[in-house]
Write a protein that binds this ligand. Structure first.
Ligand code: UDP
Length: 259
């Protein structure tokens, strides 16, 4: 499919963007800000502000949003709930988060579509890959809700899967209060070392807490780079402008990447 620029706002600033199409993964916690639970509206507004501004520079953006701010299947299962049911609840919670972000984006004039992996026809389109790509080409921000649609998976895996399906050049992982990947948990270990660069295999082998292993393997096998950075004001703009922010996880082509 060709890239149409017709519906794109012409700002003349596209030279400041080094990517054509990216997938941004926002964890549920990223929407929580400093609250203990749920959605911090001010945080959603500031994310939307930044996303609209980079999209207006000609970047095609798809989003996958988690739900750790509302329900995590594994935690609910540990408290006694049936795991698959808890996971479906988690997926539905990503729909809530997606609608909040959609609303904030549209109030700023962006065109958006939510595509859900679980049928919720009254509020979102079903996930249809070719349609999602067409929306992106038309300058719409596409939000992929309900993860992969399957229990026992995570929204990280959904992010890797959708990024590959739509031909995104990178996954941008915006984290809450963590500036990238460390060799330990910096919130618990003050000596944890920040890692500016690593390969997918290193992240898997060292068990670093970036993404779950399924998601990392999918990215590794397909040579999809991951930029991990703190969701602080201006960071999305910096990453898409090619600035070194946070950690870059990639696999050199000589190490057998498929892309
Ligand atoms: N989930 C699922 N399948 C998916 C994606 C998500 O079952 O494909 C469920 C799972 O219970 C998960 C919850 O939805 O804990 C919220 O997603 P996730 O934990 O990935 O959110 P994040 O940590 O990014 O906020």
């Amino acid at each position: 499919m060709s890239v149409s620029t017709e519906a794109r706002p012409a700002t003349g600033e596209s030279s400041r963007i080094v990517f054509r199409r990216v997938l941004l993964k926002l964890s549920g916690e990223a929407l929580m800000g400093d609250r203990p639970y749920g959605i911090d509206q001010a945080r959603v507004e500031s994310i939307a502000e930044e996303l609209v501004s980079v999209q207006q520079q000609g970047l095609e953006i798809a989003l996958v949003i988690g739900a750790g701010n509302i329900v995590r299947g594994m935690e609910a299962a540990a408290a006694g709930m049936d795991r698959a049911t808890a996971d479906y609840a988690g997926m539905l919670a990503t729909v809530l988060n997606s609608l909040s972000v959609q609303d904030a984006l549209e109030r700023r004039g962006a065109q958006t579509r939510v595509q859900s992996a679980i049928t919720v026809a009254e509020v979102a389109e079903p996930y249809i890959r070719r349609r999602a790509i067409r929306h992106l080409e038309k300058g719409r921000i596409v939000i992929f809700a309900a993860g992969t649609g399957n229990p026992f998976f995570t929204t990280d895996t959904a992010a890797a899967l959708r990024a590959l399906e739509i031909g995104a050049e990178a996954i941008l992982m915006a984290k809450n209060r963590t500036r990238g990947v460390f060799d330990g948990d910096p919130r618990e270990d003050p000596h944890a070392e920040f890692l500016p660069e690593l390969t997918h295999l290193e992240a898997i082998e060292r068990g670093l807490k970036v993404m779950d292993t399924t998601a990392l393997s999918l990215c590794m096998e397909n040579g999809l780079p991951i930029h991990v950075f703190e969701l602080a004001d201006g960071n999305i703009r910096r990453v898409v402008a090619g600035e070194r922010v946070g950690t870059i996880i990639s696999t050199p082509k000589t190490q057998g990447a498929a892309r």
